[in-house]
Design a binder for this molecule. Structure first.
Ligand code: DHB
Length: 375
């Protein structure tokens, strides 16, 4: 949807083909941290007013090691901040504005297939409500997520995949309770990682590390709250207001990158090409920088005929992708309990956190990455 916006603004006709319904997309709970560059981009497109009204600027986060907390002050260290605003809310703002402008968005498209990707005239076929349809285009943007069809159009002898599966998941709970802290708390604890986040003053979002294939329904709310409170600093645990969960789900953790991000006239963006574990909330932010580069490249192609930026798209996007993959992997590795880790790995993890707690240089590097590398 963001790519569609950027293209329409550049006068480039495009159609969004979405497998799901608008209601489905708008009901999905996603992460809630927006990098400075992402919020700046939304504002520059006139899409930032609800975010600025309803979102919350966060100037730092708390990191806790074994229930002992320290703060990383982004504003002070790098003069940049993040915005806490549900990524689902951004999706709603993009739909409101795109649908309002009358831009074509096909919802509930089934059996989407890409054709003639490496030939002069690629096209997409799909069914909507039992009717077959095709759309011819100069270019296809594969923004269809990790489970989408686009990436599979790249032949396996060309595609190179890099993957790290983590031996645990996150159980997330949304509850209509006041957040335990005005900033996020990322907690490392021998029982497992925990994260205290929020959406607004009466909506909290909490996560705990769990066994990868845990069935969320097998955990009662009380079990979740008890486990969460064991892993976070005492002060937070004792002041936490608990209540019924309004959503409870388990997410697997994975790092994944497919190269190249371009094949013929197909350009991959976002989760279609790469996945990061949620630690650090980089997924949507990374999709934003991909499509920003792609929109710039397509704008050049249609304004002066130059395809140089399109040819460079994959390499340029991947340089930033790999840095976010590194950061998400670093945060995940530093903060989670790896049950198969040996004594040496435990000491390394303790030392990483001790170094971060005491070093302005280490905190600056974290702040620079957490608030988002430039794009
Ligand atoms: C949230 C999710 C994250 O993965 C994260 O690092 C921070 C916040 C969230 O859902 O609020």
């Amino acid at each position: 949807m963001l790519l569609s916006h950027l293209l329409w603004r550049a006068g480039i006709e495009n159609v969004v083909i979405e497998q799901r319904s608008r209601e489905y997309v708008e009901a999905r709970v996603r992460a809630g941290v927006i990098e400075q560059g992402t919020s700046d981009l939304l504002r520059s497109l006139g899409l930032g007013s609800r975010m600025d009204r309803e979102g919350f600027v966060h100037e730092g986060v708390t990191i806790s090691n074994n229930r002992s907390p320290f703060r990383v002050d982004f504003k002070h260290l790098v003069d940049r901040v993040v915005m806490v605003y549900g990524q689902t809310e951004i999706q709603k703002d993009l739909y409101d504005s795109g649908v309002g402008a009358g831009w074509p968005i096909v919802f509930e498209a089934e059996d989407v297939q890409l054709h003639a990707v490496t030939e002069g005239q690629p096209f997409v076929s799909y069914n909507v409500g039992g009717e077959a349809a095709t759309i011819e285009a100069d270019y296809l943007a594969g923004c269809d997520g990790f489970h989408g069809v686009s990436r599979h159009a790249i032949p396996s002898d060309v595609k190179r995949e890099y993957e790290r599966l983590y031996p645990f998941g996150w159980m997330g709970v949304l509850s209509e309770t006041p957040p335990v802290s005005h900033e996020l708390i990322y907690s490392r604890h021998p029982r497992g990682f925990a994260l205290c986040s929020m959406r607004n003053p009466m909506l909290s979002r909490y996560y705990i590390q769990c066994v990868a294939d845990t069935d969320a329904a097998s955990w009662t709310d009380q079990q979740f709250w008890d486990e969460l409170r064991r892993r976070i600093p005492d002060e937070a645990a004792s002041s936490m207001v608990i209540g019924p969960s309004i959503e409870k789900s388990v997410t697997p953790l994975r790092s994944y990158v497919a190269e190249p991000m371009q094949w013929g006239n197909l350009y991959l963006a976002g989760d279609a090409a790469h996945i990061v574990p949620p630690t650090g909330a980089k997924g949507l932010n990374l999709a934003f920088s991909d499509v920003y580069y792609l929109a710039e490249a397509l704008s050049q192609r249609y304004s002066n005929g130059s395809t140089t930026a399109l040819e460079d798209y994959g390499a340029k996007a991947l340089r930033r992708v790999w840095k976010a993959v590194r950061f998400s992997w670093w945060m995940t590795t530093m903060l989670h309990t790896f049950h198969d880790a040996g004594d040496f790995e435990h000491r390394m993890q303790e030392t990483e956190l001790d170094y971060l707690a005491g070093s302005v240089a280490a905190q600056t590097a974290m702040a620079e990455n957490y608030t988002g590398l430039p794009f």
